[in-house]
Design a protein around this ligand. Structure first.
Ligand SMILES: Nc1nc2c(c(=O)[nH]1)N[C@H]1C(S)=C(S)[C@@H](COP(=O)(O)O)O[C@H]1N2
Ligand SMILES: [Mo]
Length: 201
């Protein structure tokens, strides 16, 4: 079946539209990085989950790829104003990693950190329930280095600064620990539908 482009480019499956104050970036995918893109080969990539968990664990590239595959198709929303629809990421659901390490009952938050040192604070509830992924594919191809390849976190229902590129791990906590942008005046949760851009919003 052939359909013209503008018509097919927006799978609306779980896309309720533009959050308040956002615009549709269309085919553009801006790069937003606080740091220089690291030279990180898949063979050097690891992903660790520790902190308040029963069994802290580190996965390398091959071990992570043996986890059950999971994909996200939908929208992403950057706090600077752009949203992008119909993105396709593939990797592994964070639920699969968390099932292995088993967070303690007292766990409430996580700090996600990159191999570069960038951090983001996330409520644990936003990382479970099939709403967060470690991904290494975009549109069926390896994730580009400037977009976080070899692997990044994707938490599409929150502003995209939470989706840590070059993801290295999660530290599971029983309290909130502000990350890079949260320390610089951005909101602790960052729900685009409530326009939680800055702390106090
Ligand atoms: N390591 C790291 N992850 C990061 C960032 C960053 O600067 N460093 N920027 C965040 C912000 S503000 C956004 S909008 C998205 C941008 O992802 P992109 O460059 O693939 O569009 O990554 C998020 N994750
Ligand atoms: Mo952003």
């Amino acid at each position: 079946m052939h359909i013209t482009r503008g018509f097919t480019g927006r799978p609306r499956v779980d896309d309720p539209g533009l959050p308040p104050g956002q615009y549709d970036a269309g085919d553009d995918w801006p790069v937003l990085s606080a740091e220089v893109t690291p030279d990180l080969a898949p063979g050097d990539w690891t992903f660790r989950v520790d902190g308040l968990v029963a069994e802290p664990r580190t996965w390398d590239w091959d071990q992570a790829h043996r986890m059950p595959a999971s994909a996200y198709q939908g929208a992403i929303h950057c706090v600077t104003g752009w949203s992008k629809f119909g993105v396709r990421f593939a990797g592994v659901s964070l639920d699969a990693f968390l099932d292995v390490v088993r967070p303690h009952g007292s766990a409430t938050h996580a700090v996600a950190y990159a191999h570069t040192g960038y951090t983001a604070n996330l409520p644990l509830a936003d990382l479970t329930g099939g709403r967060a992924w470690i991904v290494w594919e975009y549109d069926g191809r390896p994730l580009a280095p400037e977009h976080g390849g070899p692997a990044r976190l994707v938490v599409p229902h929150l502003y995209f600064w939470k989706s840590v590129k070059w993801i290295a791990g999660l530290r599971i906590l029983d309290h909130e620990e502000p990350g890079f942008w949260e320390r610089n005046g951005y909101h602790e949760r960052g729900n685009p539908w409530d326009e939680q851009r800055y702390s106090g919003d």
